[in-house]
Design a binder for this molecule. Sequence first.
Ligand SMILES: Nc1ncnc2c1ncn2[C@@H]1O[C@H](COP(=O)(O)OP(=O)(O)OP(=O)(O)O)[C@@H](O)[C@H]1O
Length: 255
Amino acid sequence: MPDAAIEFRDVTFKTPQNRVLLDKINLTISSGSTVAILGRSGSGKTTLLRTVNRMVEPTSGEVLVEGKPITASDPVMLRRGIGYVVQETGLFPHFKIERNIGTVLELAGKPKSEIEDRSRQLMQMVGLDAGKFAGRYPHQLSGGQRQRVGLARALAADPPVLLMDEPFGALDPLTRAEMQDVLRELMAGLKKTILLVTHDLDEAMYLASRILLIEDGRVAADLESGEFLNSKIPQVSAYTKAVHRGDESAAGQPR
Ligand SMILES: Nc1ncnc2c1ncn2[C@@H]1O[C@H](COP(=O)(O)OP(=O)(O)OP(=O)(O)O)[C@@H](O)[C@H]1O
């Protein structure tokens, strides 16, 4: 396995109107690491993530996955080999959970029995009782359960890289914490490389060893998670201050 799971080399993306959404991004993401991407709305986080599975094609520069330029792969095949988890899981409403999880394997032509076994194994991995949920449809699940299915589906083909775009953003704090634990446990066992876009600094610190702060399509900070809170980089201080505003106002209020 190459040391770098993902490399961004001078990755720039401009819109047809010439608006620069990504401005010469250079990053190396080590294999097996989890890297969180923070930044204000519209800073380019999702766009950056999507350059990895070719949902966004850079205007210039290149992205390499496991040492290989991704332009060498057919986009559809590339996407089957990279897990992708988003806030709205994008499950197929008319497929049962088991089939939703096994979609990639079905597309790869795997035998039915293998798909069934793997789907059930994945359900256990993400904490869903297969006996109870395999035969249900997505609308018969809670939001948290659907996110578990989304995660299971992303892991189905055992991809080395997982792209996660605010995966737990729509969940209540308790369910979110549960999902973070599920993911952390999976990370320890599976050694995936994970790029995680989040608006939740606590989540970034809990799950990632490295945090990137993106601003206006540039990397404003690239820090070990432990360094983030005390960083003197102005953009980072501004971010952490905004996150911790609630602490200050609560402290000043009479109870
Ligand atoms: N293909 C495109 N053409 C034109 N504008 C785009 C395109 N893709 C994204 N944008 C715009 O570029 C900006 C960056 O989008 P992006 O989704 O990367 O931001 P983000 O940091 O992920 O934001 P959020 O946190 O709100 O999800 C936004 O203003 C978005 O509307």
